[in-house]
Write a protein that binds this ligand. Structure first.
Ligand SMILES: Nc1ncnc2c1ncn2[C@@H]1O[C@H](COP(=O)(O)OP(=O)(O)OP(=O)(O)O)[C@@H](O)[C@H]1O
Ligand SMILES: [Mg+2]
Length: 310
């Protein structure tokens, strides 16, 4: 089966601003593909170029096997799009707006179904200009879903939503995949990318700096797990001994904000040695936990800075 999207050496320059600077990636069908990056990284520009809203400066784009510069009108019938900042008619109702968008597609979802998927069923008669920011945002997502398209493009679908609405939308996005479509989404939320996406590209300053599944990205960059516990007030000798334990299964020893962290390639051994040792000394291990690295750690390592979310 052909890939949902294939992008090769895509560039989009605005005079001297290299918004997208030679990105290459493939989106498999029936997957949730995420483009993760900070503000200004080039996410919206990439999406808008793929869907034919912007003309690229260079590069090739295939959507559902069709070269977009030749077949954009065929492509548009088969994709749904949620833009980051959509223009809507303020005096239309939610239902009328959905109805309007449904007319663009050969086999749309019903208005009721599209509204239901984003929790707007009870707001169908509400006018656009009376919606809250979160409701407007969810409407924008349902305008993509109503296409019933083979690929649903979502540009920061959960920005500005409350935690429950966010989790509900994650489930809706998973349903899109379950129903056999593909999702191409952008986000700057690490946890969202980690939990939701099958495959990710991390983009920064218009360039892709890493590609892979969330697990793969974390594993490749951080093969070690962290064994953490509250610092029980260790003497210098204790610290030396702990370094020994760390060396037996782990690779590093750190103290950070009242916590002791042992990075380990063999967590089982490190934890067993640690418990034996602290028992002998009569030290209580408080808040002992084993944790994996997260995408935050990966981003920090690759770019030297953390993504700042609003
Ligand atoms: N029409 C334009 N003219 C000039 N520069 C632009 C234009 N559109 C975008 N840019 C620049 O291109 C870069 C990428 O912008 P883009 O909107 O694609 O980023 P983004 O990753 O979507 O960011 P955000 O997370 O804030 O939505 C930014 O430096 C932006 O200022
Ligand atoms: Mg954007």
């Amino acid at each position: 089966m052909e890939n949902a999207v294939e992008v090769s050496e895509l560039k989009k320059y605005y005079d001297d601003v290299k918004a997208v600077d030679g990105v290459t990636f493939t989106v498999e069908t029936e997957s949730i593909f995420g483009m993760l990056g900070p503000n200004g990284a080039g996410k919206t520009t990439t999406i808008e170029t793929i869907i034919g809203l912007l003309e690229g400066t260079a590069g090739e784009i295939y959507v559902l096997g069709m070269e977009t510069s030749e077949k954009i009108s065929d492509v548009k019938k088969r994709i749904g799009v949620q833009l980051q900042d959509p223009s809507l008619f303020p005096r239309l109702t939610v239902g009328e707006t959905l109805d309007l968008f449904a007319a663009f597609y050969p086999e749309p979802l019903s208005v009721q179904e599209a509204a239901e998927q984003v929790g707007l069923s009870s707001s169908l008669d509400g006018r656009i200009n009376s919606l809250s920011g979160g409701q407007r945002h969810r409407l924008a997502v349902s305008l993509a879903l109503i296409s019933n398209g083979d690929i649903i493009f979502l540009d920061e679908p959960t920005t500005g939503l409350d935690p429950k609405a966010r989790r509900d939308l994650w489930e809706t996005i998973r349903n899109v995949r379950r129903n056999g479509s593909t999702v191409f989404m952008t986000t700057h939320y690490m946890d969202e990318a980690e939990k939701l996406c099958d495959e990710l590209v991390i983009i920064d300053h218009g360039k892709i700096i890493a590609t892979g599944s969330p697990d793969r990205l974390i594993e490749d960059n951080f093969p070690h797990q962290a064994v953490e516990f509250a610092d029980p007030g260790l003497s210098p000798e204790d610290r030396n001994d702990l370094l020994g334990i760390s060396a037996s299964g782990g690779i590093n020893f750190e103290e950070n904000e009242g916590k002791v962290i042992l990075y380990s390639e063999d967590v089982g051994k490190t934890v067993t040695d640690l418990i034996d040792y602290t028992r002998k000394l009569g030290i209580d291990l408080d808040n002992l936990k084993v944790r994996s690295a997260t995408l935050d750690d990966v981003f920090l390592k690759l770019t030297g800075r953390a993504i700042e979310n609003e």
